[in-house]
Design a protein around this ligand. Structure first.
Ligand SMILES: C[S@@+](CC[C@H](N)C(=O)[O-])C[C@H]1O[C@@H](n2cnc3c(N)ncnc32)[C@H](O)[C@@H]1O
Length: 281
């Protein structure tokens, strides 16, 4: 059977906790206007699927002060951290142990279903997206951050980071049965499900829009959490992986350096009852 959580070790690592905090600081400000576009009811029900430490679930609860937000994940330590960090937002914000492959909610429970930085790390992302659509009400929205490791660009130094990003994700995804280029493939999955208003926007994590320290923290955390499995699963050994990350971190920290990570924000609307009925006819 395929491992449904091939990055379990990296996801549970302390480096991931700091990574999620830095990623949220980098990306959330650019996500807010995208989230505000959705026509939500006054008291929306929101699901954050694969919520990790609650970085986005808590921000969603603050952005939509009348909303009820449920965050689900399969790492209990993340859920405990989220519950203790954001206790002041309970009971409007709650966290439960659930798998995104098999959510316990009945069909059409949520007005907005968010899933950030998850579908690149699991096999069968199409199954998960279908499960997210199942629990979203007709006329409600899916909002996904679908990472794509072909959308990171760094300047060349002694090493050429293009070589790293060409090789490491290609072997890593083959070894883990995942799609590390899901950013460009999510549109087609949503289109095949006949969802409406499919959009692909970008959170641009670059050295102009995001503080260099924040961008560097993301790369520090990737180095600490992923150099070892890259060494095990790809032709790039651990020491080389560390050297590539160190050079990319120096590029980001250089006041004259430029680097960019484009994170696709893919969204769609679940067809309303009338459209769904027409599609069935
Ligand atoms: C990179 S983290 C992103 C966390 C959060 N969405 C954020 O944006 O900060 C990916 C999360 O997906 C969770 N995850 C992986 N497989 C899952 C599954 N089958 N069901 C629920 N969560 C899962 C991991 O435990 C991890 O917390």
């Amino acid at each position: 059977m395929t491992d449904l959580n091939p990055q379990a070790k990296q996801m549970a690592d302390e480096s991931m906790v700091r990574n999620l905090a830095a990623q949220a600081r980098a990306i959330w400000p650019q996500e807010v206007p995208l989230l505000r576009r959705y026509a939500l009811p006054p008291e929306p029900r929101i699901l954050d699927a694969g919520c990790g430490t609650g970085e986005a679930a808590s921000r969603l609860a603050e952005l939509f002060p009348q909303a009820r937000v449920l965050g689900v994940d399969i790492i209990d330590h993340h859920l405990e951290l989220a519950r203790s960090r954001y206790a002041q937002l309970a009971p409007r914000l709650t966290f439960e142990h659930q798998s995104v492959f098999e959510l316990t909610a009945t069909d059409r429970s949520f007005d907005l279903t968010v899933c950030r930085h998850v579908i690149q790390s699991i096999p069968h992302p199409d199954r998960v997206i279908a499960e997210l659509a199942r629990v979203t009400r007709r006329g409600g929205y899916l909002h996904l951050i679908a990472e794509d490791y072909g959308m990171l660009h760094f300047q060349r130094g002694a090493l050429d980071p293009r070589d790293f990003w060409h090789v490491a994700p290609t072997y890593f995804e083959a070894a883990t049965g995942t799609d590390l280029f899901i950013g460009r493939n999510a549109f087609g999955i949503l289109a095949a499900m006949n969802l409406e208003e499919i959009r692909v926007d970008y959170a641009v994590v670059d050295t102009l829009r995001v503080p260099r320290d924040t961008f560097a923290e993301i790369l520090d955390a990737w180095r600490d959490g992923y150099a070892e499995p890259i060494g095990e699963l790809t032709p790039i050994n651990r020491e080389s992986a560390v050297a590539y990350f160190e050079q990319m971190i120096a590029n980001v920290r250089d006041p004259r350096g430029y680097a960019v990570w484009m994170a696709p924000v893919v969204s769609a609307r679940v067809p309303s009852d009338s459209v769904a009925a027409e599609q069935r006819e």
